[in-house]
Design a protein around this ligand. Structure first.
Ligand SMILES: Cc1ncc(COP(=O)(O)O)c(C=O)c1O
Length: 377
């Protein structure tokens, strides 16, 4: 095998995302023992920086799971939905569907409230579902990566709370790219991962869990092993992981989070994401026949989905992808399953532009310049 064949592409997909050279180099830092004091040197600042990024103090515990965001999400289903209780899975796209699937395959009594692609959660419909199903827990996606829709996390949590349920939030594709102000948001748990707006390789799921979630989990049976948030917390309180961590990623994460908090600055990072979103919206407005999918006010700061003109097919978008590859970029020709459904229904398909992580406005400007002629063909 020749590693020379591995192409150096700049990723404009929705995760994994571009990794800065300094973070790649941090992958060469020494391995360490995960029950040794060296572990604390990495994970103590990691935990502290994650809390700063989330806007929490001691009102949420941080747990780092081996795996990815899905592992943290699945742990919330296993640990917080007791036998006989109902979980309502609210979905505005593929990742809302994923949370539902996790509940179903774990044998939970799960019902789904689904919104059409491009819609955000409608609080009236949510309220009706809460009244009808009386769930103990409600899952929803903060930032739906398949459609570029950001839900109003606080408003959804408030509605769920009004009906006595625990909100379990998937924040995989927004955390680290926008302020989430978790304290006081009402979320019982908030799950995310490393390979999106944190601009790290994949490998850890991150869970913020409130005291109330931790207490409830103590009453739930059959939580599994790695999906038991109480067992996970036992280790997390010592700044450790329950199972052996990826030391390479831990080294990179320690370096990257220090950079985010102490060099770039959290506010500056969030402002950069808003600037890049505005650049993408401006770009779309110059393309005849292209249209933003998400409604005004609910457009994601980290990913934009765009309806392409009538008559453009999935096959056409694959050609754009290859043309962009030849220019050194990885283009996102839309979420596969969703585009197949749209094409089958004779509706306009989507492309997505990931603008999260450590991509700079200058990199994005170059990318959009390279993309424009390909989309015009
Ligand atoms: C919104 C959202 N939720 C969940 C996931 C699954 O996360 P992971 O791939 O880290 O397991 C993704 C991945 O793309 C996502 O975008």
């Amino acid at each position: 095998m020749s590693t020379q064949e591995f192409a150096e592409l700049q990723l404009f997909i929705t995760g994994p995302t571009f990794i800065r050279p300094e973070v790649r180099e941090a992958g060469l830092l020494p391995e360490f023992g995960h029950r040794d004091s060296e572990n604390n040197k990495r994970f103590k600042p990691i935990m502290d920086h994650l809390k700063k990024l989330a806007g929490v103090r001691d009102d949420y515990h941080v747990i780092i799971f081996n795996g990815s965001g899905s592992n943290a999400m699945e742990a919330t289903v296993r640990s917080l939905v007791a036998d006989g209780e109902c979980v309502l899975n609210v979905s505005v796209g593929a990742f809302g569907d994923l949370y539902h699937k996790m509940a179903v395959v774990n044998g939970k009594k799960a019902v789904q409230l689904k919104f059409a692609a491009g819609e955000a959660i409608d609080l009236g419909k949510l309220e009706a579902a809460l009244v009808e199903h009386k769930p103990a827990c409600v899952t929803f996606t903060h930032n739906e990566t398949s459609t570029g829709v950001s839900n109003d996390m606080r408003a959804v949590c408030a509605c769920v709370r009004k009906h006595g349920a625990l909100p379990l939030v998937d924040g995989v594709s927004i955390f680290g790219g926008a302020a989430i102000d978790l304290s006081g948001s009402g979320a019982a748990t908030y799950a995310t991962s490393t390979q999106k707006s944190l601009a790290l390789p994949a490998g850890f799921g991150i869970l913020f869990a409130s005291d109330e979630a931790i207490e409830k989990a103590k009453t739930v049976k059959n939580k599994g092993f790695t999906t038991d948030i109480n067992a996970q917390l036992g280790r997390a309180q010592k700044n450790q992981t329950l199972t052996t961590p990826n030391c390479t990623l831990a080294n990179q994460m320690a370096v990257q989070l220090d950079y985010i908090v102490n060099t770039e600055g959290i506010e500056e990072r969030f402002a950069r994401h808003l600037k890049m979103r505005a650049m993408v919206h401006g770009f779309v407005s110059t393309l005849p026949g292209f249209e933003l999918l998400a409604p005004e006010g609910r457009r994601s700061p980290t990913v934009t989905a765009v309806r392409v003109p009538e008559g453009v097919t999935i096959a056409d978008l694959k050609k754009v992808k290859e043309a962009m590859r030849a220019k050194g970029y990885l283009f996102d020709p839309g979420y596969g399953k969703l585009n197949t459904e749209l094409e089958e229904k004779g509706q306009r398909v989507l492309i997505r532009i990931g603008h999260m992580g450590d991509i700079t406005p200058a990199m994005l400007a170059d990318y959009l310049d390279a993309l424009k002629p390909e989309l015009a063909k």
